[in-house]
Ligand binder design. Structure first.
Ligand SMILES: *Cc1c(COP(=O)(O)O)cnc(C)c1O
Length: 499
């Protein structure tokens, strides 16, 4: 029975039935005329039974999907301080550009003389990224940050193989995003972790000890995932290069420094850029992302195909390794990468300009520091002083309250906002990582601060039960996230020989 078809906003709080459960047998949204000849046209392929679609009118279907869409939380509906993810506003101008028919209707196999504009656009986007990073070349095709990491590491491996030995290890700081060790492993390297110092930065002494002839690459996130600038980065680069290794930078946090610091000036050999983070293309719903990788001169020869080259007034796509200059290690992706994301990113860069992008970084850093200063009296900040684009707290402020980081985040859901990142990075206990981005106004930051302070008060006032039961107001109540509940549901059975 379609219980919610008239419930409007109240429908947001109660469970939405599956559209099949709302079935009204016999009802239909459209009336097709009987076409007697249809039978003949199908050449005897007659329908043998009911196809089992639910019976609903058009308004019922529209309401169902509208209600479902309203149960989603999005940057378009409220504050989204999910640290490390750079959930920023996606200007609608970008969407308008990406929907221009000349861009949206392109086919990747069209002849090159008909896609000159698209290649010019890819080339402009690439030039912006090279200029902002002061790096000579960029591989546009990787489909996300993690894919970019793999791309960078494959170039490192190709370069080392060219020198005679690919080496066996990649070093990664312990605060790194999980994709860093995963990418290194996928690229055939073993991974060793570098500890952080008291001040949250890489321990250079330990790094130097570990940099032996087996290390292919050191991967560093800068600013790092504690929201701190790695202020010894020039010495780090020198130590890495002295050991004959390459220096990878995880550029996911580029939003903190775009237009202010150029990674190419820091001795970095390759860095991925998450266009869906720094350059505002939509993400959070599963993509598509885009993770172009910029490369230094040392790695430039190994950049994968395809890439666009300009010859006089025309553009050409270099698609196969044989016709490429240098020694591309191969190809990361079918076709040319996430073209629609390039359009949005370029639209963002061009509409802001270099001065606007610098302002983005400054405002993002200012906003994070505003949160830091307003909250550090009540929450426990992991590292003192000025932070970059995100501020890290740990769970010391919840000591003896019976409330955990998880409970705290769940209670924020009831306040109607998306919680911060929890339990990441792993270097502090019960992390709460907040990244407001430049999107938030002072008013919305103040509201968020008030909410967090209110909850902090409540947590300190012997209210563990309130937190344990949160969230109460969401379409789904708290899921059982205990280890016992995390049993695998499906078991993968490898195919047998005969199959
Ligand atoms: C988001 C992120 C990544 C991974 O990027 P994806 O585009 O999600 O694959 C890697 N490192 C850091 C620090 C990140 O925040």
């Amino acid at each position: 029975m379609p219980t919610h078809s008239i419930s409007g906003n109240r429908g947001l709080q109660i469970e939405e039935q599956l559209i099949f459960e709302q079935d009204n047998p016999g009802q239909t949204g459209v009336d097709y005329p009987d076409i007697p000849q249809a039978k003949n046209r199908l050449g005897g392929l007659d329908r043998e039974g009911e196809i089992g679609l639910p019976g609903l009118s058009e308004p019922q279907v529209v309401r169902h999907y509208m209600r479902l869409s309203q149960k989603n939380y999005a940057i378009d509906s409220g504050v989204y301080p999910l640290g490390s993810c750079t959930m920023k506003h996606n200007p609608r101008l970008n969407e308008k550009m990406a929907r221009l028919p000349g861009l949206a209707d392109l086919h990747p196999l069209q002849p090159m003389q008909t896609t000159q504009g698209a290649m010019e656009l890819m080339s402009s986007c690439a030039n912006w990224l090279c200029t902002l990073t002061n790096m000579p070349v960029v591989a546009m095709s990787p489909a996300a940050g993690a894919h970019g990491e793999l791309c960078g590491l494959m170039a490192v491996r190709a370069a080392l193989e060219d020198q005679g030995y690919a080496r066996t290890k990649v070093l990664v700081p312990e605060s790194a995003h999980g994709t860093n060790p995963a990418s290194a492993h996928l690229c055939g390297y073993s991974v060793e972790s570098i500890p952080a110092k008291e001040n949250g930065r890489v321990n250079l002494d330990v790094l130097k000890e570990k940099l032996d002839g087996e290390v292919a690459c050191f991967m560093l996130t800068n600013p790092n995932t504690c929201g701190l600038f790695e202020n010894e980065i020039l010495d780090i680069a020198k130590a890495v290069h002295d050991a004959g290794a390459y220096f990878y930078c995880d550029g996911a946090n580029f939003n903190a420094i775009v237009g202010v610091v150029r990674p190419g000036d820091l001795g970095i050999d390759c860095m991925h850029i998450n266009l869906h983070k720094t350059f505002s293309t939509p993400h959070g719903g599963g993509g598509p992302g885009s993770g172009p990788v910029v490369f230094s001169e040392a790695l430039a020869p190994y950049v994968p195909v395809p890439y666009v080259v300009q010859e006089g007034d025309t553009y050409r796509l270099v698609e196969d390794e044989a016709s490429a200059e240098g020694k591309p290690f191969g190809r990361m992706k079918s076709f040319h990468g996430q073209f629609g994301v390039f359009v949005r990113a370029l639209s963002y860069m061009m509409s802001l300009g270099s001065d606007g992008l610098r302002q983005v970084a400054r405002d993002a850093v200012l906003n994070a520091n505003y949160l830091a200063v307003k909250l550090e009296g009540s929450l426990s900040r992991s590292y003192e002083g000025v932070c970059m684009h995100e501020v890290l707290f740990d769970d010391r402020f919840l000591k003896d309250t019976g409330v955990t980081t998880l409970d705290f985040a769940k209670a924020l859901l009831d306040e109607g906002v998306h919680p911060m990142t929890m339990y990441f990075p792993l270097v502090v206990h019960g992390a709460l990582l907040m990244e407001p981005t430049e999107t938030e106004s002072k008013q919305s930051l103040d509201q968020f601060i008030e909410m967090v302070l209110g909850l902090t008060e409540r947590a300190k006032g012997d209210n563990a039960r309130y937190f344990e039961q949160a969230p109460r107001m969401t379409p789904r109540r708290r899921l059982d996230e205990t280890a016992a509940a995390r049993k695998p549901v499906l078991k993968w059975v490898p195919p047998t020989e005969e199959a």
